[in-house]
Design a protein around this ligand. Structure first.
Ligand SMILES: O=c1[nH]c(=O)c2[nH]c(=O)[nH]c2[nH]1
Length: 304
């Protein structure tokens, strides 16, 4: 090892677990999670000498997900479950110095029959709640929440003009186009210690619902007139800014807004000069290629 430094982590990815909580009155609550665990631990000799005596087996990590899911007697958020797992790995194993837990929740939503919530019926939605929690043995913690799969579209109030024009440019300036995207968002909480995480059980769930709502409100604007978007970049900034303005307990926001293009359809031939004239009405939807617009908005901390 002389003159060399080894950085390593090991874990189990994509551990899938479903958990039902059955209330005595008849209502069932259900979640399905996809959990990934990564441990930073003192097991260097496993790499350098073939000595596994300090390894937490990734199979053990997988089993722990099921044991902890069983132990949770009430429904909880992905963030709270990730914190439980992270606390377990960093306190139970002397070798483990830090744990990174990522969870994606499958969006099972309660079904309504004749306007009534069904006791045990669910359908799959589209927006996935995500989290990434990092916990150190010292109790230092970082909690990131997020969402993915939030697909949004508006049929007007979007344009793109005034960009660099050169010999490679053919895109015309426009103040009238469609705008569509699939939002991936993540937001970081400012807590650095387990003790400073709010005790309220529904805290992370409420934030998730509020952030999702605010992302949509700021993308679309008011129901009647909407809000004009001069670019995906500008819309992204306004969405991220709205979150930091509304929620003092969110320290930073990362947004990924692919620009999913709807191409104008114009059909003509030499014999038939106008088969379909484009009047902002008929489009060719495309998946690829698509624009990728991504940014992180942070608060500048004034620790002076
Ligand atoms: O909102 C947009 N941002 C871009 O950077 C870009 N580039 C492009 O070709 N179309 C668009 N639209």
């Amino acid at each position: 090892m002389e003159g060399l430094k080894l950085e390593q982590q090991h874990g189990k990815a994509r551990v899938r677990v479903g958990r039902i909580w059955k209330q005595p009155a008849g209502t069932h609550h259900f979640v399905e999670w996809n959990v990934s665990i990564s441990l930073i631990s003192n097991c260097i000799t496993a790499y350098t000498r073939g000595d596994n005596s300090d390894i937490v087996a990734t199979d053990t990590m997988k089993n722990t997900v099921y044991v902890k899911a069983k132990e949770c007697k009430e429904q909880l958020s992905v963030e709270d479950f990730a914190i439980i797992l992270g606390k377990h790995f960093t306190s139970f194993y002397q070798q483990v110095t830090a744990a990174i837990i990522k969870i994606v929740e499958k969006p099972w939503e309660r079904i309504y029959v004749h306007g009534q919530p069904h006791e045990h019926g669910f359908k799959l939605g589209s927006v996935r709640h995500t989290t990434e929690v990092m916990i150190k043995k010292s109790g230092e913690v970082q909690v990131i929440s997020g969402l993915e799969g939030l697909t949004l579209l508006k049929t007007t109030k979007s344009g793109f003009e005034g960009f660099i024009r050169d010999k490679y440019t053919i895109l015309p300036d426009t103040r009238e186009r469609m705008l569509a995207t699939e939002v991936t968002a993540s937001w970081r909480y400012p807590f650095h210690a387990l003790a400073s995480i709010p005790a309220k059980k529904s805290y992370f769930m409420e934030r998730y619902i509020e952030v999702k709502g605010l992302l949509m409100d700021s993308f679309f604007g008011p129901p009647k007139d909407g809000v004009y978007s001069p670019s995906v970049q500008s819309t992204l900034y306004h969405m991220a800014n709205a979150i930091l303005v509304r929620f003092p307990d969110i320290a930073s926001v990362q947004l990924k807004l692919p620009n999913i293009h709807f191409l104008p359809v114009k059909l003509s031939s030499r014999d038939n000069p106008v088969v379909v004239e484009f009047e902002d009405d008929v489009f060719l939807p495309t998946d690829e290629p698509h624009g990728t617009i991504e940014a992180t908005l942070d608060r500048i901390s004034s620790k002076m």
